[in-house]
Design a protein around this ligand. Structure first.
Ligand code: NDP
Ligand code: MG
Ligand code: MG
Length: 332
């Protein structure tokens, strides 16, 4: 059984007695910096020359310095810049400013798991990863709640790294909801697998294939959009509340019968074999290495895929339909 930690298990004074640098002020960075500050923690934000988010951080009353200055001042350094550039930011601004006893923190394990960042032996290496987007992390904190987090220690140089990670998680509201203990390896591999096979990749491909099948058979794109994309939210909400069981309790018996007999024909042994291959490429590092190469060469294939899907009939139909649906909120 996974180990869970709540407010009473975490000592906020540990992080209150440290100096924290939050490097990056995007989705996660703004949530961590503001909530730690509101939890009574000494926080500075590290941002590069010409950063678009600098003005926003300063408007909120945060002190913004360069990533190198932030790392030099602080003894807990949380890296919240995009994953593909963390290696570079670490080399350029952080490595030289790490002292024995410092701690380096991550919101996702990729750079440690695949060795793109290699911290020295004398520092604690921790992860506090909220299981939700940064804007929700901040909103929940302000409302007295929190987003569940996972926490991990890759290197426990001081002997107190996990207590420090829990204290940090408390500072952003995580222990209000619950913190699950994991490892960098488990977090990285399951996160990449989940988003590729199920949450983002699998779901997007399923929706597109279903939509195309109906449209190619002559049905109206608007009807196909409702059936294959719009209604997905209603089904997923039921699963979220009560698992497959609650979803099946709510749908008609006809839908439930179709679910049992047709679902396994769509996601079949071949699909699962492909999932295992995808997991293999995550575990052996080839996915991460290919992604880094793509990023460093200026994202040519990424941009091609993105453009093709933006022009897909599913998306052009959806854009038109959502404007007509007053109850759908398309703003973020
Ligand atoms: P964002 O893309 O939202 O934010 C990136 C931030 O880094 C921006 O403030 C950007 O500044 C800044 N930045 C870019 N380059 C540099 C640099 N060279 N030096 C300093 N700052 C720089 O990132 P996310 O919050 O999405 O991701 C951060 C980490 O959190 C990642 O490890 C990610 O995996 C993890 N994570 C993210 C989640 C999410 O909700 N998005 C959920 C859980 C984990 P500017 O834009 O001003 O140039
Ligand atoms: Mg992810
Ligand atoms: Mg129906």
């Amino acid at each position: 059984m996974a180990e869970l930690f709540y407010d009473d298990d975490a000592d906020l004074s540990i992080i209150q007695n440290r100096k924290v640098a939050v490097i990056g002020y995007g989705s996660q960075g703004h949530a961590h910096a503001l909530s730690l500050r509101d939890s009574g923690v000494d926080v500075r934000v590290g941002l590069h020359e010409g950063s678009k988010s600098k003005a926003k951080a300063e408007e909120e009353g945060l002190r913004v310095v360069t990533p190198a200055e932030a790392a030099a001042e602080a003894d807990v350094i949380m890296i919240l810049v995009p994953d593909p550039i963390q290696g570079r930011v670490y080399e350029e601004s952080i490595a030289a400013n790490l002292k024995d006893g410092d701690a380096i923190f991550f919101g996702h394990g990729l750079n440690i798991r695949y060795g793109f960042v290699k911290p020295p032996a004398g520092v604690d290496v921790c992860m506090v990863a909220p299981k939700g987007p940064g804007h929700l992390v901040r909103r929940q904190y302000e409302e007295g709640r929190g987003v569940p987090c996972i926490a991990a220690v890759e290197q426990d140089a001081t002997g107190n790294a996990f207590a420090l990670a829990l204290s940090y998680a408390k500072g952003i509201g995580g222990t209000r909801a619950g913190v699950i203990k994991t490892t960098f390896t488990e977090e990285t591999e399951t996160d990449l697998f989940g988003e590729q096979a199920v949450l983002c990749g699998g779901t997007a491909a399923l929706v597109k294939a279903g939509f195309e099948t109906l449209v190619e058979a002559g049905y109206q794109p608007e009807i196909a959009y409702f059936e294959c994309l719009h209604e997905l939210k209603l089904i997923v909400d039921l699963m979220y509340e009560g698992g497959l069981e609650k979803m099946r309790w709510s749908i008609s018996e006809t839908a439930e019968w179709g679910d049992y007999v047709s679902g396994p024909r769509i996601i079949n042994d071949g699909t699962k074999a492909e999932m295992k291959k995808i997991l293999g490429e995550i575990q052996d590092g080839s996915f991460a290495n290919n992604w880094m190469k793509e990023y460093e060469s200026g994202l040519p294939r990424y941009n091609e895929y993105k453009k093709a899907d933006q022009e897909h009939l599913l998306e052009t139909t959806g854009r038109k339909l959502r404007k007509l649906m007053s109850w759908v909120d398309d703003e973020d």
